[in-house]
Design a protein around this ligand. Structure first.
Ligand code: ATP
Ligand code: MG
Length: 464
């Protein structure tokens, strides 16, 4: 079922529910009012008769009950949908003139008989007639000087009034149904208009995923929720597009980087002659290239893993130990003035091996950009809840305009062209995996200082 049908269906269901509740409430209210009205009318007639009898007998009792009731009928004609008759001594005595009632009740012998039994006080009851159900009251009348008991019967054609109620509720129901139909049509129209942009978003999204064309975007109009949805969707496409583009460039660059050593190796092997000296030189060269390739592949794998779950193995890392271990390992790389600047006597939750890997990349760079006897120092500290790790050297430093660029992949030295240019991007990936970042600044005495910093307690990093 479409969203539109569901929305309209629910709306109609609720409106119909409200309508039926109001109809049944109206029905029972009108009916109880009708009952009250009919009872009031019967009581009123009883009261009127009582006053008449009191009046007539004030001067002295009339000749007979019959005379009294006839007099009463002659001064008190029935209303519409009402009828009177009198019974004296168990027999129909008289019915008033005027309009004929909808049904002649005095012909109903059962009714006459039961009315004749009313001798004590007024009795109300129901009876059926040719004109539907009738509500009546029989009022006994007796006077001094006449043993006979008379009854005055006032009857209201109840079903007639009830039909009026039915008719009003019917009118209400019909107008309600018409309103419901109208509301349904309007709801269908409005839901269609409201949902149209969402349908458009869906269709466009489908078209984009079918064609895998990530450059297409949804049209954003207005500033409602749907526009926000489209904008969010577009934003997601931007990021996907960028991510795929980055991946493509990376794959291209990686392929290119790997092709170069392969070409070099093949060239050397093809040119290799029979001379054992020549052969040894060539093999040494090929070996070098293979070592370089191996490193490159390792670096590429590290970068490919970065950002994926499981890249880091988190554990408490002793921050004081880290620089000491790195200096101890790096010492073998080259003859430099190796120093441990300062160490933090704290533990941080981090990946010890990845941090060591990052610091080793930085020291390898420092070695490459310094001379024998130059200073290379490593340190750790905790500042403002952040772990700060650094490697600084007394080399030429990094020009301000290069400080962003060098962290990108395959951005190698413009001067020497050495290295594959992946070292710093690996360092950056490791920093970012720790929710942190890496940057370069001027070392205190000139030279470069690379700083890797990340929060002591990162939100993203939860202990596995
Ligand atoms: N300590 C430093 N002093 C001056 N420049 C540096 C230093 N470290 C890095 N750089 C500059 O940043 C560039 C990028 O460094 P990165 O480590 O990413 O690549 P690489 O060292 O050239 O190659 P790889 O590390 O993959 O062997 C270097 O080529 C160099 O120009
Ligand atoms: Mg490097």
């Amino acid at each position: 079922m479409s969203a539109r049908a569901r929305i309209v269906g629910w709306m109609l269901f609720l409106v119909a529910l409200a309508l039926s509740v109001s109809l049944s409430a109206t029905w029972s209210i009108l009916l109880s009012r009708l009952d009250a009205r009919v009872s009031a009318e019967l009581e009123n007639e009883t009261e009127k008769l009582r006053r008449y009898v009191a009046n007539e007998t004030a001067a002295g009792p009339p000749a007979s009950v019959k005379t009294l009731l006839d007099g009463w009928l002659s001064v008190n004609p029935p209303d519409r949908w009402e009828t009177y008759f009198t019974v004296v001594g168990g027999r129909i005595e008289s019915i008033p003139g005027g309009d004929r009632p909808p049904a002649a009740l005095d012909a109903d012998e059962d009714l006459v008989r039961s009315v004749a039994r009313v001798t004590d006080r007024p009795v109300a009851g129901w009876t059926d007639s040719a004109a539907g159900r009738v509500r009546y009251a029989a009022i006994p009348v007796q006077i001094t000087g006449d043993q006979t008991i008379g009854q005055f019967v006032v009857a209201v054609f109840y079903d007639h009034h009830r039909e009026e109620v039915v008719a009003s509720v019917q009118v209400l129901a019909i107008t309600g149904l018409a309103a419901l139909t109208l509301a349904g049509a309007a709801g269908w129209f409005v839901a269609g208009r409201v949902l149209a942009p969402i349908r458009l978003v869906r269709q466009t999204a489908e078209a984009i995923s079918d064609s895998s064309d990530l450059t297409r975007r949804l049209e954003v109009t207005g500033n409602d929720d749907v526009a926000a949805l489209a904008a969010t969707f577009n934003h997601m496409l931007d990021r996907l597009d960028q991510a795929f583009a980055a991946q493509r460039t990376f794959a291209d660059d990686a392929g290119h980087e790997l092709r170069t050593p392969i070409t070099v190796i093949r060239g050397h092997l093809e040119l290799m002659g029979d001379d054992p000296h020549d052969q040894r030189d060539t093999l040494a060269l090929v070996n070098d290239e293979l070592i370089r390739m191996n490193r490159l592949v390792d670096d590429l794998l590290t970068l490919a893993k970065a950002g994926q779950p499981g890249f880091l193995t988190l554990e408490p890392v002793e921050l004081a130990e880290l620089p000491v271990a790195v200096v101890a390992r790096a010492r073998g790389l080259a003859d430099r003035k190796w120093r441990v600047d300062e160490v933090a006597e704290e533990y941080a939750i981090a990946d010890q091996q990845r941090l060591t890997q990052a610091l080793m990349q930085l020291t390898a760079n420092a070695v490459r950009h310094t001379q024998e006897g130059d200073l290379v120092a490593v340190g750790s500290a905790v500042r403002d809840g952040h772990v700060v790790l650094w490697v600084r050297d007394s080399g030429p430093g990094v020009p301000v305009e290069d400080r962003e660029r060098i962290f990108r992949r395959f951005e190698r030295s413009r001067v020497t062209g050495e290295g594959s240019g992946l070292g710093l991007s690996i360092v950056r990936s490791i920093a970012e995996a720790h929710d942190g970042r890496v940057f370069v600044m001027d070392a205190p005495g000139g030279g470069a200082q690379f700083v890797l910093t990340f929060p002591m307690v990162a939100e993203k990093m939860e202990m596995a």
